[in-house]
Design a protein around this ligand. Structure first.
Ligand SMILES: Cc1cc2nc3c(=O)[nH]c(=O)nc-3n(C[C@H](O)[C@H](O)[C@H](O)COP(=O)(O)O)c2cc1C
Length: 185
């Protein structure tokens, strides 16, 4: 595989998803990818990327609106590229099957726009001191505990698997492309 360019795009309000995106990007860079890590609103165009990884935290049972808008805006390109989604969640501080189902269901709206090759679900981080009063009420009513629950080993292992999966997919695409009949010279 020659140069492979990957965009790791993220939405994040308090930074925990951004740090997960940066960790994923570090792993991909070590695996030989040329990686841009950008907030979704910094991305103008997807031209030149062979794959896109996109992540958002959940707030009130949805991805952040700017992440959904990103998928909507770029849906036609994303439908043609290997795309991977990841979601960061307070519920995954306690990863029960019920919580896993609830978090997984949040991806339905973006999956309907562009189906991903893979998905990742990670626990996030919450500091009540950094929230508005009404937000504290919301997270408490949902039973979301304060603390940093991110499991970095898990994030890195997932990113290694994603690198394998993307390299395989890109090699498959390249082989399909070179098997196409060439127009007569
Ligand atoms: C107002 C608010 C609502 C939230 N709602 C949910 C939710 O419905 N489900 C969930 O799993 N996590 C929820 N969370 C937890 C966030 O997903 C988690 O804190 C995440 O790490 C935040 O990401 P960020 O630091 O990138 O903004 C909520 C957090 C806040 C502040």
């Amino acid at each position: 595989m020659g140069t492979w360019r990957v965009l790791v795009a993220y939405a994040s309000r308090l930074g925990s998803t951004r740090e997960i995106a940066q960790t994923i990007a570090q792993v991909l860079t070590r695996r030989g990818a040329v990686v841009d890590v950008l907030a979704v609103d910094q991305v103008k165009c997807l031209q030149g990327y062979q794959a896109v990884i996109l992540g958002s935290p959940i707030r009130e049972a949805h991805w952040l609106p700017e992440a959904i808008d990103f998928v909507w805006t770029h849906r036609e390109v994303l439908q043609q590229l290997p795309v991977v989604y990841f979601v960061v969640s307070g519920l995954m501080s306690n990863p029960t099957p019920e919580h896993f189902h609830e978090v997984y269901a949040c991806l339905a709206e973006v999956r309907a726009l562009a189906e991903p090759l893979e998905m990742g679900i990670f626990a996030g981080s919450l500091e009540y001191d950094r929230l508005e009063r009404d937000q504290v009420v919301k997270v408490l009513s949902k039973g979301l505990p304060e603390g940093d629950f991110r499991r970095w080993q898990e994030v890195r292992a997932w990113a290694e698997d994603i690198a394998d999966r993307l390299l395989l997919e890109l090699a498959r695409k390249q082989a399909a492309e070179s098997a196409k009949p060439k127009p007569p010279a």
